[in-house]
Structures are given as structure tokens and as C-alpha cells.
Write a protein that binds this ligand. Structure first.
Ligand code: SF4
Ligand code: SF4
Length: 373
């Protein structure tokens, strides 16, 4: 039976259905028959929280969910969540028009959960506040068009504190997993939300799939802790062991992923304190594999030659932690060549700007050897 928790007074499934990575066909559009089967399987299995957004699948996710979920199932048999694309809002009028478009796409007269999408310090200070987006959402809430108002978040802890303490939010959504405890909102953000009584929805519990990609020795470490759990189970179970997390979103692309997640989240088994410590120990060993201590702070940017230094180090470090060199090489080479390590002219202008004292030009030579040879 699907595990349920109490999110803002609603009995929501611990596993939420994220609609940002639905199966797609060769044309890049949603493979509607395959995605419909997944929605039907999710409904049958007790998932009652569905999370889409204006931007997902270039706008197609909302209209698909309108057809696949809202038009086919009783409106009170699921919770529907979508998000205002704050990053593209240029005026209050545009926000109103997008909101009406979302209601039409999703074939509904209300959203159960509505989020200001992907807030960071810039979108919050330069769009949410000046365009009066919170007041606008509060008006929609009074009109019954929104039942619960929250935000999703991608920035650092100080910005998280600024936003979560700005008003009494009904809920908030953060990226959290056993590798992201010290960045993004992080562990301090989880504790702050709990102290303020703001329930949490967690996205990226498997960190874009990277937590199921590890070299054999790390896989063996997990297996020694409990051989009955696979890597996806460890990642989801670690998040679910936090009782302040009410919904864990997984953006699933295949029926196999959905069924695997259902196995973990039905009759959910939290990790024991010994297992939580075991995961912390493994995380220490994973982190020890990185090639340098780049935190992605971007103080070294811009590089006069155009190199995207933090991106090069992030991908190199991901490769060191997870293996799968071909995957990270492909991602690395997808950028404009002017941003790659080979564009570095060794001017040394960046070195004194790095708080981690990374010998940047030398480390870029190693990245070049790894991904550009
Ligand atoms: S040393 Fe290389 S990476 Fe650093 S600023 Fe100069 S060109 Fe850019
Ligand atoms: S300043 Fe240093 S730590 Fe910060 S992004 Fe640049 S290389 Fe990484």
C-alpha cells in the first residue's frame, strides 16, 4: 500500500509523480500512449500527487496532464500541482495571462498546490517582489483557484532563509538528497523549514539519476549495508527517513522506473540510525574521489577567454565520483567550444579570485585531458 503523509492538511502519497521527464518519441514530443500508461499505473498504485509546470516539455506537460489525468479521473481523487514560471515573467499582466492559460491547459478551475517556480535571489528580488506575484497568488487563493501556495527553490541557504521567512508559506519544495546536504537549502534549510512549520516536498532525490551511477566499489559499499535495497531505493529511502518531508518527487521516464519506485515507497521502510550513518560514511568516500575542491561559487568568473571554469570542474568531479566517463564527456562537449578548458590561455587572472586556492589553469589542463582527448 502506498505510504501517505500529511502535507498542509492533505493526505498525500509519499511518492509524487514528477511530470518533467515523461517518455518522449523521436520527435522530442511526449510519447502520449506510453506516458498515459504510466499515469494510469500511478493512479492504480495509490500515487495521488502530480507535479507539473508551465515550462516542462516546452509547455506540453501541462496539456498532457490535463488530458491524461484531469479529464479522465475524478477531480477529488488526486492533487494537482503546477508552477508559475517566474523566470520568464516581465509584468503582472503576463502572470495573470499565464495563470489563466495554465487553468485551461490543465482543464481545471483550481490547483491544489501552486508554486512560484525555481526561486533564487534574482527572481525573488527582481520579479516576485516588484511584480506583486505573492499578492496576486494570495488573491487567487481567496478566490479558490489555488488551495495551497508555496515555492520551489534553487539557490543557497541564505537566500532560502530570506524567502521562507518572508511570509507564512503553506509548503515549499527543495532539492535534497544525501549528496546535497551542504549546498542548495541543504540540511540547514530542512531544519529551518521544520522550525517554521513549513512542510517540505523534495525534488531530485536521485540527483538527476547520478545517485544510481556509481563505480562498483561504491555499489558494493551500499550492498554491504543492506543487499535488499538497490541504489534508487537507498536514495529515496534516505530522503523519506526525514519525517518533515511529505512528498518525494521522482521524474520518471519509464514504467520500469515507476514500478521500482513504487516498490520502495509502498509500505515505506525508513533507514535505521545505523544505515543513516552508513550512508554518511559512504558519502565521505564518494566526496573523497573528487579531483578538486571547486564549490561552484563562480568568483573566478568571468574568464576573459570565455572558459566556463565552474562547469568544467563540476563535470570533472561528477565523473570522478560516479564513473561513466562517456556520459559526462558527452555533456561536457555539448557546450560551445569557447567555454571548454581548451580555450584557456593561461593568463592566470582567475587564480587569486578562487577562495579554494585551486590552481585553475593546471586543473583545466587535466579536464582537457579527460574530456577533450
Ligand atoms: S587562466 Fe585560463 S581560465 Fe583562468 S582566467 Fe585565464 S584564460 Fe581564463
Ligand atoms: S572560484 Fe574556485 S571554487 Fe569558485 S567556481 Fe571558480 S574554481 Fe570553483
Amino acid at each position: 500500500m502506498m505510504t501517505k503523509r500529511n502535507l498542509a492538511g492533505e493526505s498525500t502519497s509519499l511518492l509524487g509523480f514528477g511530470c518533467m521527464r515523461l517518455p518522449v518519441g523521436k520527435d522530442g514530443k511526449i510519447d502520449r500512449p506510453a506516458a498515459q500508461k504510466m499515469v494510469d499505473e500511478a493512479m492504480k498504485s495509490g500515487i495521488n500527487y502530480y507535479d507539473t509546470a508551465y515550462m516542462y516539455h516546452n509547455g506540453e506537460s501541462e496539456s498532457f496532464m490535463g488530458e491524461a489525468l484531469v479529464a479522465r479521473y475524478p477531480r477529488d481523487s488526486f492533487y494537482l500541482a503546477t508552477k508559475l514560471p517566474v523566470m520568464m515573467i516581465e509584468s503582472a499582466e503576463q502572470a495573470r495571462s499565464i495563470f489563466e492559460e495554465q487553468l485551461a491547459r490543465l482543464q481545471t478551475d483550481h490547483f491544489d498546490f501552486y508554486l512560484l517556480h525555481a526561486l533564487n535571489r534574482h527572481t525573488f528580488r527582481e520579479r516576485v517582489i516588484p511584480f506583486g506575484l505573492i499578492e496576486m497568488c494570495e488573491e487567487w487563493q481567496r478566490q479558490g483557484k489555488i488551495r495551497h501556495l508555496g515555492f520551489s527553490f534553487h539557490d543557497d541557504f541564505d537566500t532560502f532563509r530570506e524567502i521562507i521567512t518572508y511570509r507564512k508559506w503553506d509548503f515549499c519544495q527543495i532539492q535534497y538528497n544525501y549528496m546535497d546536504t551542504e549546498n542548495q537549502a541543504g540540511r540547514r534549510g530542512v531544519d529551518l523549514a521544520e522550525s517554521l512549520g513549513v512542510p517540505l516536498i523534495v525534488m531530485e532525490p536521485i540527483r538527476g539519476g547520478s545517485l544510481v551511477r556509481f563505480p562498483d566499489e561504491i555499489k558494493a559499499d551500499f550492498s554491504r549495508l543492506d543487499p535488499t535495497r538497490n541504489l534508487a531505493n537507498w536514495a529515496l529511502s534516505w530522503v523519506g527517513t526525514h519525517v518533515q518531508v511529505k512528498v518525494i518527487l521522482s521524474g520518471m521516464s519509464t514504467m520500469t522506473q515507476l514500478r521500482d519506485n513504487l516498490r520502495t515507497m509502498s509500505n515505506f521502510r525508513p533507514l535505521s540510525p545505523v544505515q543513516m550513518q552508513g550512508v554518511a560514511d559512504i558519502v565521505g568516500r564518494i566526496r573523497a574521489r573528487v579531483r578538486n575542491a571547486c564549490t561552484g561559487c563562480r568568483y573566478c568568473m568571468p574568464c576573459p577567454a570565455g572558459v566556463d571554469i565552474p562547469r568544467a570542474f563540476a563535470l570533472s568531479n561528477e565523473e570522478a565520483m560516479h564513473g561513466h566517463t562517456a556520459t559526462y564527456k558527452k555533456r561536457y562537449l555539448s557546450a560551445d567550444p569557447s567555454k571548454l578548458a581548451s580555450a584557456c590561455v593561461s593568463c592566470r587572472a582567475c587564480i587569486s579570485k578562487c577562495p579554494q586556492h585551486i590552481p585553475i589553469p593546471g586543473d583545466l589542463v587535466r579536464v582537457r585531458g579527460l574530456f577533450e582527448k
